[in-house]
Design a protein around this ligand. Structure first.
Ligand SMILES: NC(=O)c1ccc[n+]([C@@H]2O[C@H](COP(=O)([O-])OP(=O)(O)OC[C@H]3O[C@@H](n4cnc5c(N)ncnc54)[C@H](O)[C@@H]3O)[C@@H](O)[C@H]2O)c1
Ligand SMILES: O=C(O)[C@H](O)COP(=O)(O)O
Length: 526
């Protein structure tokens, strides 16, 4: 049974799939204190949050069984991604479900700001009738500068165009083609800041975007500019905004997000030019249903070990590529496991080589799986998320390469492992109808399915060696299911690779080591 802990308000309809899964126990506990969260997280397999729950390194440290953190929304700045990655916890978000709602909210804020609607409402219901005080400005013909033209920025641009605004955008990843498609003028940051009548930010909050709009940037703006932030508190320096409004440079600001949430009695709220909402961008029935459905599905896929797509701490794999790579995942993991068990000593370097059809694709996800297989023989809790981190931490060098040498196979994956004592290699392929096969160990050609208990024996190619190994195993009632033999030359070095029906005790292994003509025996569990 998997415990899925939900600590922020999520749509009831959206989490139906979780509630209906017979292997899932949903525990909904909102407004937990930090200590209560630490208690609950200990036994959770999955955690689902919005922006309220602070998933700090301390929380992650306490999570003994946690496999996935699901963010029902976009921003993951309330989750310590580095700590999650180190622990092998997958972080997934729901990046698409609230785009429209947030773009619409930003647009509503822009109109409210242009026409002083919140201020006029407050005054009117207090019995006043101040028509002159609340004269606004039209949007038509004004320049809207969008900083960050991603999903929300793009949807906002479309709406602004319908209102006949001139839209300019700065985004380091904006192509001319996308700008043209959206009818937006691509600008530098400085240009966008200098010409905007309305400036709105739609970037994530990162080290580079924190205080992106600061005191110096305010001085470069047009007098009377209006500012919007429906992205994240902290992208705009709140103190600098306060000063810019006080000085008259900024005519008004619309804020949905704050550095500290809830912001309490914020100095900005003492300024009549500031309008605010309590982080409502994604708060629509539709968006909440969408993000809860998306993230619930992702969490279920992860718990049930099925493919998933929106991991924040794993590079995203296009669905088409995922479908192509999927059949190779099992082979990749087994090759990693085999290679790590066939060597003696501490891992120093792993070289993976892809040849044939598979070499035409982006094979980074397979390299991760090979690495996971290799490391999991010596470390616990290794997965695709933390495998590269664990390798780096241990100083293991990873080399990924493609080759044209496929030795007659449609596709071939080779894993070479170097330790402080030796270097060995194993290669494998997928055979039609037979599935994964190991086709080569070092320079010996073989054909064996990578599963169950294997015995890898190095011996001298002399009559009787095979029989002697067989009689030791027979003595202990250990059945040999299959056997492959390979040699370099007659009478020279040779190998045996045996499938046995059960594992060996260390005593039997030792006895095998002492058989005449045997150099080494390694048991490999796949
Ligand atoms: N108020 C809300 O309730 C609410 C709801 C949803 C999303 N958000 C926030 O809105 C923001 C945007 O969300 P999105 O879904 O559009 O994300 P997105 O990833 O689709 O877009 C972000 C864009 O910002 C750009 N960017 C990154 N660094 C930049 C920089 N230094 N300068 C300019 N552009 C930069 C990226 O290239 C990207 O195109 C995020 O911060 C998200 O957390 C808020
Ligand atoms: O990043 C997001 O998706 C938004 O900020 C929404 O946050 P919320 O889920 O707390 O409303």
């Amino acid at each position: 049974m998997y415990k899925v802990l939900i600590t922020d308000p999520l749509s009831d309809l959206g989490i139906q799939k979780l509630l209906m899964d017979p292997e899932v126990e949903v525990v909904r506990k909102t407004n937990l204190s930090f200590d209560e969260l630490l208690l609950e997280i200990e036994s959770a397999d999955a955690l689902l949050v919005r922006s309220q729950t602070q998933v700090t390194a301390e929380v992650i440290e306490k999570a003994a069984r946690l496999k996935v953190i699901g963010r029902a929304g976009v921003g993951v700045d309330n989750i310590d991604i580095t700590a999650a990655t180190k622990k092998g916890i997958i972080v997934v978000n729901a990046p698409d479900g609230n785009t429209i709602s947030t773009a619409e909210h930003t647009f509503a804020m822009m109109i409210a700001l242009a026409r002083n609607i919140p201020q006029a409402y407050r005054s009117t219901i207090q019995g006043e009738w101040k028509r002159k005080q609340f004269v606004g400005v039209e949007l038509k013909g004004k320049t809207l500068s969008i900083i960050g033209l991603g999903r929300i920025g793009g949807e906002l641009a479309k709406r602004a165009k319908v209102f006949q605004m001139d839209v300019v955008a700065y985004d380091p990843y904006l192509t001319e083609q996308r700008a043209k498609k959206l009818g937006v003028k691509k600008a530098s940051f400085e240009e966008a800041i200098a010409i905007g009548d309305f400036i709105t930010v739609h970037t994530p909050l990162t080290k580079t975007t924190r205080h992106l709009i600061n005191q110096d940037v305010f001085t470069q703006m047009k007098p009377g500019v209006r500012i919007l932030n429906c992205a994240r508190g902290g992208i705009i320096d709140e103190d600098a905004l306060y000063e810019a409004i006080q000085s008259g440079k900024v005519a008004g600001a619309a804020l949905d997000v704050f550095v500290t949430e809830p912001p309490g009695e914020h100095p900005l709220f003492s300024l009549p030019q500031v309008i605010a909402t309590p982080h409502l961008g994604a708060s629509t029935v539709e968006a909440q249903e969408n993000v809860a459905i998306d993230v619930s599905e992702e969490v279920l896929h992860i718990l049930h070990k099925q493919p998933f797509k929106n991991a924040v701490n794993l590079p995203s794999i296009p669905e088409e590529l995922q479908a192509k790579l999927q059949p190779y995942q099992g082979l990749a993991e087994k090759l990693g496991q085999f290679a790590a068990q066939v060597v003696q000593g501490a891992l120093e370097k792993i070289t993976v080589t892809f040849a044939g059809e598979v070499a035409q694709w982006d094979i980074a996800p397979l390299t991760r799986t090979i690495l996971k297989g290799a490391l999991s023989c010596h470390l616990s809790d290794v997965n695709d998320v933390n495998a590269p981190h664990l390798a780096k931490h241990r100083g293991i060098q990873i080399i990924e390469q493609k080759s044209t040498k496929n030795y007659g196979f449609t596709q071939l994956i080779k894993v070479e492992i170097k330790t402080d004592q030796e270097q060995r290699s194993v290669a494998g392929t997928l055979l039609n109808g037979l599935g994964p096969r190991i086709t080569k160990v070092d320079n010996y050609s073989i054909d064996i399915s990578p599963d169950g208990h294997l015995l890898f024996i190095q011996h001298q190619d002399r009559p009787g060696a095979i029989g002697r190994v067989g009689s030791v195993l027979g003595k202990y009632d250990i059945n040999i299911a299959t056997m492959q033999v390979g040699r370099e030359e007659i009478g020279g070095q040779a190998i045996m690779l045996l499938h046995i029906d059960k594992g060996l005790t260390s005593d039997i292994l030792q006895e095998l080591q002492q058989v005449e003509g045997i150099y080494s025996v390694k048991e490999i569990a796949l």
